[in-house]
Design a protein around this ligand. Structure first.
Ligand SMILES: Nc1nc2c(c(=O)[nH]1)N[C@H]1C(S)=C(S)[C@@H](COP(=O)(O)O)O[C@H]1N2
Ligand SMILES: [Mo]
Length: 319
């Protein structure tokens, strides 16, 4: 029984690379021809409901070429965003109460030019590119997503960090009216994350503004979220309103809540199990709960690029 079922689910729910390429071509055509298609309509032709505005002028890159991307429905229908509930389907159902425009991000701390930048300014001043990355949650599920965004370094450099800046601390919006999950004390709100300065400046570290060529849907962390592809998903903080350069290691939500389960570094590492489950393998979204599992790679497959950042560190101790 399970065998046929498995392959049926797999084939119907994973967007093959070719289909994705087609979809991209369609969206470009519609854009170039100035066809009055409602945003996302071209996308809907091949991959279901794209309801967000298309991001114009996105540069294609070679990142992730050859990877099979997940279906839009999986990436936007199975989420962790505790501000809207703890069930995987809660964010898609409830995140519409988040108001993402206007939106400003405050950048301060150890830098020469602290200040604020609005989303529209970000789009006007920082070129957007597409990168296909693997994404691995600490809960042992994973997906492959075509993000739109830009290197975090491109934003940070504008604020001129000083030599005292050793870490970067991020915060999600705190507004229990817009984010009703914050009325319950499940986490110490607002959600906080952090990176070491060299991790933040690493070319793979992305600030995402979109997925599949369109602006981020709220459930994926609109309008601006972090994506650190070699770390467990909880590092990739959503709906960011504050970025601060610090001299000391910042307090981050999951690390402070359960330091023996979630480290500050949280580099994907199949050799270090979570105290309650193995990290050796993962399930890809769209494949069904009982599908054959995939081997998890050190640094989620990005070791060539990032292992050097941790030279001489005991990755069992600093996990
Ligand atoms: N503010 C905020 N950011 C967050 C989370 C959250 O609950 N709140 N969940 C994290 C976790 S555990 C994961 S796996 C990813 C999920 O991102 P996705 O929903 O786009 O797949 O978001 C991360 N960022
Ligand atoms: Mo996660």
């Amino acid at each position: 029984m399970p065998i046929h079922k498995r392959s049926a689910i797999r084939n119907s729910e994973i967007t093959e690379q070719a289909v994705w390429e087609d979809r991209r071509r369609l969206m470009k055509l519609a854009g170039a021809a100035g066809i009055g298609l409602a945003t996302g309509q071209a996308a809907a032709l091949v991959s279901g409901p794209g309801k967000q505005p298309t991001i114009p002028g996105v540069r294609e890159t070679g990142y992730g070429r050859g990877l099979t991307v997940n279906d839009y429905a999986d990436a936007t229908g199975y989420n962790n965003f505790y501000e809207f509930g703890t069930d995987k389907r809660d964010p898609a159902r409830h995140a519409h109460t988040l108001k993402t425009s206007p939106w400003t991000v405050r950048v301060d701390g150890e830098c020469e030019r602290p200040g604020e930048i609005g989303m529209e300014d970000i789009f006007a001043k920082i070129p957007q590119e597409e990168r296909i990355y693997r994404f691995r949650c600490v809960e042992a599920w994973a997906m492959v997503v075509p993000w739109v965004g830009f290197p975090l370094s491109a934003l940070l450099e504008r604020f001129k960090p000083t030599s005292r800046a050793k870490y970067v601390a991020f915060e999600t919006l705190y507004d229990p009216e817009q984010m009703p999950g914050q009325k319950r004390r499940i986490l110490d709100w607002p959600y906080r994350e952090g990176l070491r300065m060299d991790e933040a400046m690493h070319p793979l570290t992305l600030l995402a503004t979109g997925i599949y060529g369109e602006r981020l849907p709220n459930q994926n962390g609109a309008p601006l979220r972090l994506v650190v592809p070699w770390k467990y998903g909880f590092k990739s903080i959503k709906s960011i309103v504050s970025i601060r350069f610090t001299e000391t290691i910042p307090h981050t939500t999951w690390w402070k809540l359960a330091p023996r389960e979630y480290g500050f570094y949280a580099n994907v590492n199949p050799a270090v199990d979570h105290p309650r489950w193995s990290q050796k393998k993962h399930r890809l979204l769209g494949e069904g709960l009982f599908s054959g599992k995939h081997e998890t790679l050190p640094f989620n497959g990005y070791a060539d690029e990032v292992a050097g950042l941790y030279k001489g560190m005991d990755l069992r101790k600093f996990f």
